[in-house]
Design a protein around this ligand. Structure first.
Ligand code: FE2
Ligand code: FE2
Length: 193
């Protein structure tokens, strides 16, 4: 029997991971812009906003499960310097992002999902599931851009849309229905710097 407290701790750990990603991707975006990779910069910034949606969803799950409000600052302590020191060149940053997303969907969220299969924590299960599926998309997009960079291919200046419900990210045009959370197109917001 998995304890409720374990699920809450996992939600908090996920929030810490997502908070780190929000900052990291913003710094990677700055670096890419400095190196003249404007489209990669835009992707990092857009995905940073998607990770913030996961934080919001996980927090909501904690509050609904515990019937109390939760202050993010009480458990999210981010070492900004450590993140700053992890910034490399854009190619390496893309590789770091791919490895981070892969860890999240293959290991972290997969493990957390197993612990959340309790009747009273279905909101945690739901939130982990949305985040996990969005990370799979983020990972694919980073891989796509890395390949283009390695092939010296010009990356098109496409609009980037972020689903405000689940953090799914779509290039070009948003789908009629979000394939991850099944919300309508209207929930996709065009990312503007
Ligand atoms: Fe992600
Ligand atoms: Fe969605």
């Amino acid at each position: 029997m998995i304890l409720l407290s374990v699920v809450i701790e996992n939600l908090k750990e996920a929030i810490i991971g997502e908070s780190t990603a929000v900052i990291k991707y913003r710094l990677f975006a700055e670096k890419a812009a400095k190196e003249g990779f404007n489209e990669i910069s835009k992707l990092f910034n857009a995905i940073s906003t998607a990770e913030a949606i996961h934080i919001k969803n996980h927090l909501k799950a904690i509050e609904k499960i515990t019937y109390s409000t939760t202050d993010l600052n009480s458990f999210v302590k981010i070492d900004q310097n450590k993140i700053r020191n992890s910034v490399e060149g854009t190619r390496e940053n893309l590789i770091q992002a791919i490895s981070g997303e892969t860890f999240e969907f293959k290991k972290m969220y997969k493990a957390f999902l197993k612990t959340a299969k309790r009747n009273d924590t279905y909101l945690a299960e739901f939130s982990f599931n949305l985040a996990r599926n969005a990370e799979i998309v983020h990972n694919k997009l980073f891989i796509k851009y890395l390949k283009k960079l390695d092939n010296n291919e010009k990356i098109k200046d496409l609009d980037i849309f972020v689903c405000q419900i689940c953090g799914n990210v779509e290039l070009g045009t948003p789908p009629k229905i979000c394939p991850i959370c099944e919300h309508e197109q209207i929930f996709f917001k065009k990312f503007i710097k």
